[in-house]
Design a protein around this ligand. Sequence first.
Ligand SMILES: Cc1cc2nc3c(=O)[nH]c(=O)nc-3n(C[C@H](O)[C@H](O)[C@H](O)COP(=O)(O)OP(=O)(O)OC[C@H]3O[C@@H](n4cnc5c(N)ncnc54)[C@H](O)[C@@H]3O)c2cc1C
Length: 371
Amino acid sequence: SCTMATAFLEKHRVPFESIDTSADPKAAQKMIELSGQQGGPVITVDDEVIVGFDARRLNELFGEPAPGQIFDVLIVGAGPAGLTAGEYCARKLLMTMIVSENIGGQALESWAIENYMGYRMVTGEDLMKKFEEQAKNLDLRLEIDQVTGIFGEGNLFLVKTLSGTTLQAKCLILAQGKRPRKLGVPGEEQYLGRGLSVCSTCDGPLFRAKKVAVVGGGNSALQTAIEMSGIAQSVSLIVRSTIRADPDYQKKVESKNNITVYLHSRVSTLHGGRFLTGITITDEKGGEQVVSADGVFVEIGWLPNTGLLGGFVELNKEKEIVVDINCHTSRKGVFAAGDVTSVKGKQIIIAAGEGAKAALEASEYVMKMGT
Ligand SMILES: Cc1cc2nc3c(=O)[nH]c(=O)nc-3n(C[C@H](O)[C@H](O)[C@H](O)COP(=O)(O)OP(=O)(O)OC[C@H]3O[C@@H](n4cnc5c(N)ncnc54)[C@H](O)[C@@H]3O)c2cc1C
């Protein structure tokens, strides 16, 4: 959300001062006092305090009205798939618009990417900055907003956004990725940003020398537990069944003396007042124990961002968009790429490649359609 807010303000040329609360405890305290919660970003505009990336409010304050033009291609999402698709479309001189909640997608959350060709090791933030810079050099419009609905009208598509805009396009590339799965316990929404986090990279430094818990047993959960063991006082790793992560991560977890692993356990209750103070975990026999934690990082998997589609295109049982080998969906003129699709590999290099493929198909579609 911090990156999204920064991208929005830069894009709309709003002068701002950025304060890194993870490096400045006094500023962190002030942020909590101002906003009554501990999640970033918190944006102050005159006397108004805006918590999180509130696209609707920021657009009301600083947004520009969208022109009533018809785009050749409208891309939903600016992760690796959407940005690559945008680059390819713009290079084909297609009038292209990307609408996205942020620039970079999930890749922003990776602190060490070692499998994107051309880089031995790069942080997700650095890699996505490079994607963004490359795309920005081209004649490509990028709006920070949330798509709330997509409809067909004649041979055009209408895309509605949270800030109240309706955009028109000849064809679409859906590249809206996926999002974290929820715990499904009472109080989850209430504690999000008040101890509960789905982004250890964003919120990890707030829990320096505190007790934290990480929920999940896959690569992301173990990565987070390892990272937090260097920041927090102690880490409780809560695993629903058994660990399903790469052996390298498992060995690292075993080597850390401040990580305690609870297998066959699920989070059943969140405790605290205004801020989270702990969790109850329940084992398979129904036995309960309270684990104290100032921060809980939820790393239990992801859901494709396809809720906004309704029955617009065919989805599989995992709710992913069904695509053929050339990124065509079940609807003519609608292409899809990356983690939101039925393509099995969920990786940056795959998402980027699929984005390029979708753009080439979109280009051919627009060319055949004529003006
Ligand atoms: C912690 C972590 C570590 C990872 N490490 C690696 C790694 O080392 N190597 C690797 O190859 N892969 C890694 N991945 C996976 C990789 O990040 C994803 O496969 C990749 O980002 C998928 O790209 P995408 O563009 O398809 O989707 P996403 O990255 O999910 O991007 C989707 C975009 O769509 C936007 N969006 C969603 N809904 C809407 C909406 N309604 N309206 C507007 N915009 C919307 C989102 O804000 C986002 O910008 C990691 C993922 C995570 C979470």
